[in-house]
Design a protein around this ligand. Structure first.
Ligand SMILES: Nc1nc2c(ncn2[C@@H]2O[C@H](COP(=O)(O)OP(=O)(O)OP(=O)(O)O)[C@@H](O)[C@H]2O)c(=O)[nH]1
Ligand SMILES: [Mg+2]
Length: 203
């Protein structure tokens, strides 16, 4: 897939604020500060289309972007950031869960982990939830530039086994070197093609 056009559509906290379109949608989820927003910037090749920060808790709303006027990317707020107040955390979880459960055009998720860290309960339970709702997801291990090639392969083996995933469904990525960018875009393209086939059959 070649990306030639990206527009920021809007931010939302609840379903009646989501954009009223049914373009195939891909959401980016993961722990706070893991690099979700940076990954979207790398995929769309805009250094700062999506706001990023070295401080966790940067993205606090659900942000919708329209790619090539036909594909929607959604940057989700991160979970598991201990320093935000209980009140803020209590609004995040339903915000993301409502989105995942209530967005009919959501095709799949990019579940992002820091390649150096083991998945924790949040990632494992999100993966189980996606599985039980038949929502496809791709596991992407980011910040790979922090490790050597050998260390990367060791982490792929450990994390894919922990998450009970085929190794070839776990992608190594770096926003810094763009490693893995084309693979992620290819996977997204396959998902979108599958979505249009399905839609074509029911429309
Ligand atoms: N070395 C390295 N740093 C990265 C990479 N991806 C992101 N970062 C850095 O990690 C920090 C967090 O990146 P963000 O993209 O803002 O993370 P996020 O997951 O969107 O964070 P929240 O919006 O707070 O949930 C920033 O300082 C980025 O520069 C990467 O692949 N390699
Ligand atoms: Mg962010």
């Amino acid at each position: 897939m070649k990306i030639h056009d990206v527009q920021f559509i809007k931010s939302a906290v609840k379903p009646d604020q989501y954009p009223d379109y049914d373009f195939a949608e891909i959401a980016f989820a993961g722990r706070s500060n893991v690099g979700k927003s940076s990954m979207i910037n790398t995929l769309i090749q805009r250094r700062d289309m999506v706001k990023t920060s070295s401080k966790p808790g940067c993205t606090q709303l659900i942000n919708f972007f329209l790619v090539n006027e036909s594909l929607s990317f959604v940057d989700l707020p991160g979970y598991g950031y201990a320093k935000v107040s209980k009140k803020v955390r209590a609004t995040w979880q339903p915000m993301v869960e409502n989105y995942l459960a209530g967005r009919p055009n959501l095709l799949g998720l990019i579940l992002i982990l820091d390649i150096r860290r083991d998945p924790r309960e949040e990632e494992l339970s999100l993966a189980r939830w996606l599985g039980s709702h038949n929502l496809p997801y791709l596991v992407v291990l980011t910040k790979a530039d922090k490790l050597s090639k050998t260390q990367q392969q060791k982490r792929v083996a450990a994390i894919s086994s922990r998450m009970d995933r085929d190794r070839d469904k776990v992608i190594v990525f770096s926003a810094k070197t763009r490693l893995g960018r084309d693979t992620i875009l290819d996977e997204i393209t396959s998902l979108v093609e599958w979505y249009h086939t399905q839609k074509g059959e029911t429309d």
